[in-house]
Design a protein around this ligand. Structure first.
Ligand code: ADP
Length: 392
């Protein structure tokens, strides 16, 4: 090692001599670049500037040797000639070292990203396996509960037993929906969400949805104002079941986070190439800093232990998957979802507005669909609005 170092130092001083003689400090570049690329892992991890420190030491030693071996005038002349070379060497060393460190850090970052992705994948795999494993026994419980209900006498079914069976049904339904959500999350995270494109009318989806939540709204004394906005009655291609799920997730949250007696508005507008649906509530609102993270999976704000249970109760708890799924569905349709809220306040209830942007896709997405809906193609766009397709 000593021998190697001596050779390299020899080379440095030979090049320094060359640089002084020619007046071109770039002679030093090659050796500095070699030193920069041979920095060890420890040097790079340490974050200190080893190469510039080495330059400093070389300069100090050179100065000492000058002082010891030359008279003052000669020493000053030599140092005067050496200084521009050292100044260039410092700059070059810092630059080369930074480049090597940047490359090292971006490699490190790529490694970290890779292991995070791996971790995320194994989390998704775990969710998917666990969800499938849970679904099988759950289906059995549901089946047996239904059989038990049938086998009970009509009379007995009105009493305690009926209540117990209703309890089982309710529990299994909740469990089923959580498991389905877990499966959807793993499909979304693995880019495996497939859409079953069909003609869709947004106003029909919203009508189905408002009918679904009617009794919940009246239990909670909430009013839902559904506007008949431009574009909502036009046919677009999309997956009706998934779009309904997306709207349901956002509307259920509006219900959950609005106090009894509050209001919810569903409105929208037609934009060039897009349909924007807005779901606005007079609820507790969302802090600015949480407005992007709520779309991450398992993101629930506040202290979960303070949440009441129940899917539609005020501040009812949930697994924190609904918005992640909503985002996955809207993005699979090449759309976008975001939220607007002045902030979180449980006294003033500033409310939140969720915006859902859906592309107005008027053509079937693939050839198979195009063949199926070819008759639709031949009709005019005004007729399209009234096509009696039995979908949403
Ligand atoms: P979950 O409802 O299961 O907790 P979501 O993914 O649907 O999960 O929502 C994540 C979090 O975003 C909720 O726990 C809540 O804190 C916040 N949030 C969502 N919608 C609203 C809303 N309309 N008003 C206030 N907070 C909301």
């Amino acid at each position: 090692m000593r021998e190697g170092l001596r050779n390299q130092l020899d080379q440095f001083f030979n090049l320094l001599e060359e640089a002084v003689e020619t007046g071109d400090p770039a002679w030093l570049d090659s050796v500095i670049e070699i030193w920069a690329t041979s920095l060890t892992q420890t040097d790079l991890e340490g974050g200190t500037s080893n190469l510039t420190r080495l330059m400093g030491e070389l300069m100090v030693h050179t100065h000492e040797v000058c002082r010891e071996t030359l008279d003052e005038a000669q020493g000053q002349t030599l140092m005067g000639a050496l200084l521009p070379c050292f100044s260039h060497a410092f700059e070059k060393a810092a630059q080369a070292e930074n480049q090597v460190k940047m490359a090292f850090l971006s490699n490190e970052l790529a490694d970290v990203r890779q292991s995070l992705e791996k971790l995320d994948r194994s989390k998704s795999d775990f969710i998917s396996v666990a969800a499938h494993e849970l679904r099988t026994p759950l289906t059995l419980i549901e089946g047996y509960a239904a059989m038990l209900e049938e086998s009970l006498e009509q009379e007995a079914a009105k009493g305690t037993e009926a209540q117990l069976i209703r309890g089982i049904h309710h529990g299994t339904r909740r469990l089923h929906s959580i498991i389905d959500d877990m499966i959807d999350v793993s499909l979304i995270d693995n880019n495996m969400l497939t859409l079953n494109h069909q003609p869709v009318w947004v106003n029909r989806l919203l009508a189905v949805l408002s009918e679904e939540v009617r009794s919940t709204l009246s239990d909670r004394n909430l009013s839902l104002n559904l506007a008949d906005f431009e574009g909502s009655n036009e046919m677009i291609f999309g997956d009706p079941e998934r779009l309904l799920q997306l709207l349901r997730n956002v509307l259920t949250n509006a219900i959950k986070f609005t106090p009894d007696g509050g209001q919810i508005w569903i409105d929208g507008r037609k934009l060039p190439g897009f349909l924007e649906i807005t779901i606005h509530d007079s609820g507790i609102g969302i802090d600015q800093e949480d407005q992007s993270t709520i779309f991450d999976k398992f993101s629930r704000l506040g202290d979960p232990s303070l949440h009441s249970s129940g899917k539609t109760k005020f501040k009812g708890g949930g697994p924190g998957l609904g918005l992640h799924i909503a985002k996955g569905i809207v993005e699979a349709h090449n759309g976008a979802i975001w939220v607007d809220s002045p902030g979180y306040d449980e006294k003033k209830f500033p409310g939140s507005t969720f915006h859902i942007l859906l592309p107005i896709q008027q053509e079937p997405p693939d050839e198979k669909m195009a063949r199926i809906f070819s008759s639709l193609h031949t009709t005019s766009s005004s007729e399209r609005k009234t096509q009696p397709y039995e979908t949403f």
